[in-house]
Design a protein around this ligand. Structure first.
Ligand SMILES: Cc1cc2nc3c(=O)[nH]c(=O)nc-3n(C[C@H](O)[C@H](O)[C@H](O)COP(=O)(O)O)c2cc1C
Length: 441
């Protein structure tokens, strides 16, 4: 039997998650806003046969004090659809995943943008469904308060039904374009959604032909109970934030079981933890590179990042003591719990925890040689901690080049990663079926 294959996404917003990335020797400090650089990077990722280029998105600058904000490149970036449309024109196979929020957008807008991106890219679009955890986003959309966490997920579920229903507005053969009779489309092959629900009211139909992939690939990253439940019901790719193999295996088993209970084939739910990689000829050298990178992060950024991830200001705590009890939050729940667990497990002080997350946000880290990193990725894959990884590069372009030039060939040599794309669309490359049109098939 063929070996299970790794799926690799490239986490490209911000271009590097690490707060010190833009200050690393040889890094491109302006990579976030330099289209020429982004074109070079996506071409390199496509040559390495990455499954997808992933753009996170946020509806506000990070919720941290300006003293920390001013030091970070991770708060600003291009808007995903504008960028991915441009990048679709310099690539042919790599998937293009955009993040869009179900809390701060309208389903008709989202259905149109993804349908357009899918047509423009010949079937390479994916939608990362987020409910937006940063409470400051509300202030940019005419609201005083952020919608409550579980309610955000209830709205997200209804939103998904509406968006996918809109994508099914036209049968695949609806557009007859009969020049002789003058009929452009067959009205019998058009469906008007007529949705009126708890949160949304949308008549339809969508004014765009059904996407090339039927539906763009559905991606999700929520990991709280409400987040997992939504992911298990709808997501085809799940970005997880786990940073510890036993936790990852529990998360993996839980999601696959929830998906099976929801009547889905668990094979069609691919779980990809974010994975921060630093590569060198020896493990010691890789650790030294990471140390140099971490030294480029100002202490203000560490404390502010930790406060933002915990949804609670920790700047007044004893930095050399253990992390005190942190109150519940209406921001992201699972990331907060992961850090609380990590601090307890590794007996970290607040200062140590802040240093750790101030750089790579507490992601899973693989720091070593191409061989040791391939060993770790293989272990995660084979012990069902993941189906692949969403790779976070430590700086650009060097960290991305190292991964593409050195780790990818090692994974290919082991038969764990493709040498050629299997298909044309993102679905074909991920081995996901094309969804049936619920109104016409
Ligand atoms: C790899 C990864 C990428 C994410 N990207 C985004 C993003 O682009 N925008 C966003 O608002 N949230 C993003 N999130 C946050 C999740 O959507 C979610 O809010 C978070 O994992 C907390 O889960 P919960 O909302 O279920 O508590 C991301 C999370 C992970 C692990």
């Amino acid at each position: 039997m063929a070996k299970r294959q790794l799926r690799l996404g490239a986490f490209m917003r911000p271009v590097s998650i690490h707060t010190g990335a833009w200050r690393f020797p040889g890094a491109w400090p302006d990579a976030n806003f330099n289209l020429a650089h982004l074109k070079t990077l996506i071409r390199k990722l496509e040559a390495a046969k990455f499954d997808a280029f992933f753009m996170a998105d946020h509806m506000a600058v990070l919720n941290m004090p300006v003293a920390a904000l001013q030091r970070s490149h991770t708060v600003t970036s291009f808007e995903p659809f504008t960028l991915l449309s441009a990048l679709s024109q310099v690539t042919e196979r790599i998937g293009l995943i955009a993040t869009a929020s179900t809390t701060f957008d309208a389903p008709y807008h989202i259905a149109r943008r993804f349908a357009s991106l899918d047509h423009i890219s010949n079937g390479r679009a994916g939608w990362n469904i987020v409910t937006t955890s940063n409470p400051d986003a509300a202030l940019n959309f005419g609201l005083d308060e952020h919608m409550e966490h579980d309610e955000r997920y209830r709205r997200a579920r209804e939103f998904y039904d509406v968006v996918t229903g809109l994508w099914d507005s036209f049968a695949d053969d609806a557009f007859v374009r009969d020049v002789d009779s003058g009929i452009y489309f067959d009205p019998a092959r058009m469906h008007t959604l007529g949705h009126k629900g708890e949160y949304l009211s949308v008549r339809g139909p969508l004014n765009i032909a059904r996407p090339v992939q039927g539906w763009p690939v559905i991606v999700q990253a929520g990991a709280s109970d409400a987040g997992r439940q939504l992911a298990a019901k709808v997501a085809e790719v799940i970005f997880s934030g786990v940073n510890h193999l036993p936790d990852a295996q529990r998360f993996y088993a839980d999601i696959k079981e929830r998906a099976a209970k929801a009547g889905r084939d668990p094979e069609y739910v691919k779980i990809l933890p974010g994975c921060f990689v630093v590569i060198a000829d020896t493990v010691e050298e890789a650790k030294a590179k990471k140390k140099l990178l971490d030294s480029r992060v100002h202490p203000d950024s560490g404390i502010a990042t930790l406060s933002s991830l915990l949804g609670h200001d920790v700047s007044g705590y004893d930095l050399d003591g253990p992390l005190p009890q942190i109150p519940e939050t209406n921001a992201g729940k699972s990331g907060r719990q992961k850090l609380i667990d990590m601090a307890a497990r590794e007996k970290m002080t607040v200062r140590q925890l802040a240093q750790h997350v101030g750089g790579s946000y507490g992601s899973l880290e693989m720091i070593g040689t191409p061989e040791t990193i391939a060993d770790q990725m293989q272990e995660w894959l084979e012990s069902r901690g993941s189906d692949g990884f969403n790779v976070l590069f430590p700086w650009l372009p060097g960290g991305l080049d190292d991964f593409c030039d050195r780790v990818v060939p090692e994974l290919q040599r082991r038969g764990l990663f493709r040498r050629e794309y299997e298909g044309e669309t993102l679905r074909e490359n991920l081995g996901l079926p094309r969804p049936k049109n619920r109104f016409f098939e």
